[in-house]
Design a protein around this ligand. Structure first.
Ligand code: AMP
Ligand code: MG
Length: 305
């Protein structure tokens, strides 16, 4: 827990960003906008600050955190960049791509950030407010999604407050996020091979091999709305809140035109609405398994597990 039990919401203007930087520097917790979902940030070089993230989220400590940086130059302080890793970062940063790379022995990161692994997950986000914040901070930011562990990820400040109000110091309000689902995670191995650990907004053309849980946090049940979820529904049955897609109109519709980017941006808001709705169950229309649809279906399968 952080010291306060009032969470202030500040607009992500210059004054709000300065205040967020001040709280983070002194070891506090700030929910920050990124282009994917809101993150719960703390300085990644402080064991005490990182411990507050796990406590506020109720997150299991075997689940490592993504370290957010301003760019490749800062990332090189924490990880070994092979030529393949550098090329991926240069092509896609800032953006919704997380690279899992060998951790440098002298990284200075709190051990809890990587949950004891010899690798570290790094990302340079594209959201302008988050970039401005990272530029102001002379330390890296550990930031998992800003929600209680296992629940639906937040894409608005209101979603953050719904599960973390009073448990964190501040929410930096940068409006609704644009990409809507968490970053694509890829591991780059010493031999230069690349493996996708989590599908996301960015398609880099590698698919996960078998079903091994190499990214420890990729548990079967996650993003849980607290009610049963039925997938591939052609319509609502009695007692179901329907999340629609394309020609299947729902109580909330991911994208009436069948646009997968729009659907990803609306996914968590629809799940939050479904969780709050009076209906005891949730049904979701089929979403094509292509492009960011792979990430949407990955999250929906976990919400249904
Ligand atoms: P979240 O911040 O909630 O989106 O979760 C971050 C996810 O990144 C974790 O659940 C892990 O699956 C993954 N991750 C972070 N660090 C590593 C790592 N060193 N190796 C593999 N996966 C990682
Ligand atoms: Mg999460």
């Amino acid at each position: 827990m952080s010291g306060k039990n009032v969470t202030e919401v500040r607009l992500a203007n210059a004054a709000g960003i300065a205040e967020a930087a001040r709280i983070l520097e002194s070891g506090g917790l700030v929910a920050v906008p990124t282009e994917t979902v809101y993150g719960l940030a703390a300085r990644a070089d402080s064991a005490d600050a990182v411990a507050k993230i796990y406590a506020a989220k109720g997150r299991p400590d075997f689940n490592p955190l993504i370290v957010h940086v301003s760019g490749v130059e800062q990332a090189e302080l924490y990880a070994e960049f092979s030529p393949v890793a550098r090329a991926l970062a240069e092509a896609h940063w800032p953006g919704p791509l997380t690279l899992v790379l060998p951790r440098r022995a002298d990284s200075g990161l709190a051990p809890a950030v990587t949950a004891g692994l010899s690798t570290v997950a790094l990302r340079a986000p594209a959201h302008p407010a988050m970039r401005a914040l990272l530029e102001r901070c002379d330390f890296p930011l550990a930031a998992p999604s800003a929600n209680r562990s296992g629940f639906i990820s937040p894409t608005t400040p209101a979603h953050v407050l719904a599960s973390l109000d009073g448990r964190i110091d501040m929410v930096l309000d940068g409006g609704p996020t644009s990409a809507g689902v968490e970053s694509t995670i890829v591991a780059v191995r010493a031999d230069g091979s690349v493996e996708e650990l989590r599908p996301g907004p960015l398609q880099i053309g590698v698919r996960a091999e078998g079903g091994s849980i190499e990214a420890p946090g990729q548990l079967a049940s996650h993003y849980a709305p607290g009610k049963p979820v039925r997938l591939n529904a052609e319509g609502a049955e009695a007692g179901e809140f329907l999340i629609g897609f394309g020609s299947i109109a729902g109580d909330c519709t991911l994208s009436a035109s069948g646009d997968l980017t729009e659907a990803a941006a609306n996914l968590y808001a629809c799940l939050h609405e479904a969780a709050r709705a009076p209906q005891p169950r949730i049904a979701v229309a089929p979403v094509p398994e292509e492009g960011v649809g792979r990430a949407i279906n990955d999250r929906l399968r976990r919400a249904a597990a």
